[in-house]
Design a protein around this ligand. Structure first.
Ligand code: MSP
Length: 518
């Protein structure tokens, strides 16, 4: 298949998650965005692209300082500890990031300092006085228009009026440029509903961005290079991680990856990413990132997750209880990109039992079981018994890169499941047990070859979504993904070699009995 026909150029792919605040431990929300990034990274690597996947933690600012004050702890040891929980959790979940960045990393602090100086020297930063309504939860000022009954629309907490002398970034200067850029580049912010939100925000005059905090009030942050009495505003610091992560300004990685930068976030941090960040990049003299992809919010049992409700869903708990592949599958399968979704363990168990234990798990064990029973587990390569399976596999192979290009994870999974469903029907319609009984050995071997080959292809397609499951299927089939083989090599029908021995082994997904109190 022609590789160029499947996706756009260029051949590098840079994917980022938000860097997470260390005021909470990893929960379903952080896990979701990172699963998406990991899935994309794995897919494009398999495809043969040169991928850089960045995630990490955001460690400065009022929000962190408040937690530490409440806990009476030393700030640095606190952020080290919680950042360590994020990185060890992410390792344990098998995320394949290239770098875990921390805003307290020395190279990041240096990059922020250099950029501040550069923007200051170019005249885009000035000193002034400002009063406004500040939400510590969001770490940003709200306009009166944005507030709801004097409260932050997101955190529902009364906003504090703060007035102080600070440094400002001349963000307003870039308003017209930004509106034009967003309008001329429809894929810059997606899905459309979020793009429209940004455009409607930009209908009002944009104020300049307050980018400092006096050390007398907040000592925890990166000092301004041109005024030691101030630290950098946490968003001006945090957004720059996307540049530090790939070695801005001089590293070859920066030159290679920046032009293909895709930022994944949820809708909560749309404004900083869609407005502050492109205007900052413009002021630095860099081209904007390629796309910002904005997903919806996970609610838990129909309500917002919050510390006070104590309903946070923790990924390591899910791993212990259900298996991380199962949880990962659920996240990818359940949420339509851009819309909110509801999580409940009951739903998770339903999906595990129906899609994984029943559809996929049974399929794998039935096909392998019959191959062992009827053919002593030895693969006999025979063409001409594919039914619809070959065509379905081919259409998945063609569609998958398109879905991944458009961040359509759910659609990609539903598409892959077409082969699971078709293979299950093929087992029924071809009835290998009857062919065996009737002594139709040639047809039996042909039918089983087509089914085994479908399993091989399912493992290829599932690799980015459920990497461990894909590996287990490959192992059962006695094949391995060789380093040099990419998607385009692997998707051609008929590569399962003649004469190899398969091994049914254990089932992939045990069925789960749901119990509310478990
Ligand atoms: N530190 C900032 C981001 C700076 S990026 C330069 C921040 N951190 S955060 O810890 O609050 O993480 C917010 C992000 O976590 C969301 O944008 C999303 O990626 C993820 N999620 C947190 N809760 C979520 C849900 N309930 N549902 C889905 N994802 C959410 O904002």
């Amino acid at each position: 298949m022609n590789k160029e026909a499947l996706t756009n150029k260029p051949d590098s792919f840079y994917i980022t998650t938000p860097i997470y605040y260390v005021n909470a431990e990893p929960h379903i929300g952080h896990t979701y965005t990172t699963v998406l990034a990991d899935t994309l990274a794995r897919f494009w690597r398999l495809y043969g692209k040169d991928v850089f996947f960045l995630t990490g933690t955001d460690e400065h600012g009022d929000k962190i300082m408040q937690v530490v004050k409440n806990k009476n702890a030393d700030v640095k040891s606190y952020v080290d500890r919680v950042s360590g929980i994020f990185s060890s959790t992410f390792k344990e979940l098998g995320f394949t990031y290239n770098r875990f960045i921390r805003t307290t990393d020395a190279d990041h602090e240096q990059t922020v300092t250099d950029i501040l100086q550069k923007v200051y020297d170019s005249g885009d930063i000035y000193f002034g006085e400002y009063g406004g309504y500040y939400c510590v939860g969001c770490e940003r000022f709200y306009t009166e228009k944005e507030m709801v009954d004097g409260k932050c629309p997101d955190h529902q907490k009364p906003l504090e009026y703060i007035s102080e002398k600070n440094y400002f970034f001349k963000m307003s200067r870039y308003q017209d440029w930004l509106i034009k850029y967003i309008k001329e580049n429809p894929s810059f912010i997606e899905p459309e509903r979020h793009r429209n939100k940004v455009l409607s925000f930009l209908k009002e005059p944009l104020s300049d961005l307050c980018i400092s905090r006096p050390k007398s009030r907040l000592p925890w942050g990166i000092s301004l290079p041109f005024d030691e009495n101030y630290v950098t505003y946490v968003w001006f610091d945090a957004l720059i991680n996307y540049l530090t992560g790939i070695g801005y300004p001089d590293s070859p990685d920066f030159k290679k990856y920046w032009e293909t930068a895709h930022h994944l976030t949820a809708k909560d941090i749309l404004i900083p990413h869609a407005i502050y960040w492109p205007t900052m990049l413009k002021a630095i003299g860099l081209q904007p990132y390629k796309t910002l992809k904005v997903h919806g919010y996970w609610q838990v049992d129909e309500t917002k997750m919050s510390k006070s409700l104590g309903n946070a869903v923790r990924p390591l708990d899910m791993k212990t209880k259900y298996g991380f592949e199962q949880f990962r599958y659920f996240l990818l399968r359940e949420m339509s990109f851009g819309l909110d979704s509801s999580f409940s363990e009951e739903l998770l168990v339903e999906r595990i039992n129906s899609d994984l234990a029943n559809d996929l798990g049974n399929l794998v064990s039935r096909i392998l079981g019959m191959s062992e029973k009827y053919l002593d587990g030895v693969v006999k390569k025979l063409d001409g018994y594919e039914g619809k399976l070959k065509d379905i596999a081919k259409s998945i192979a063609v569609e998958l890169p398109k879905f991944m290009n458009n961040f359509r994870f759910r659609k990609a999974i539903l598409k892959i499941w077409e082969l699971v469903t078709a293979a299950n029907s093929f087992v029924e319609s071809s009835a290998p047990w009857t062919l065996n009984k009737e002594g139709k050995t040639q047809e039996l071997a042909g039918v089983l070859y087509s089914l085994l080959e479908s399993l091989r292809l399912l493992a290829v397609f599932l690799t980015p979504f459920m990497p461990e499951t894909a590996e287990k299927i490959n192992k059962k089939l006695g094949v391995s993904l060789k380093d040099r083989q990419t998607y385009t090599d692997l998707i051609e029908w008929g590569q399962l070699p003649d004469g190899i021995k398969i091994n049914k082994g254990e089932g992939l997904f045990p069925r789960i009995e749901f119990s509310k109190n478990a």
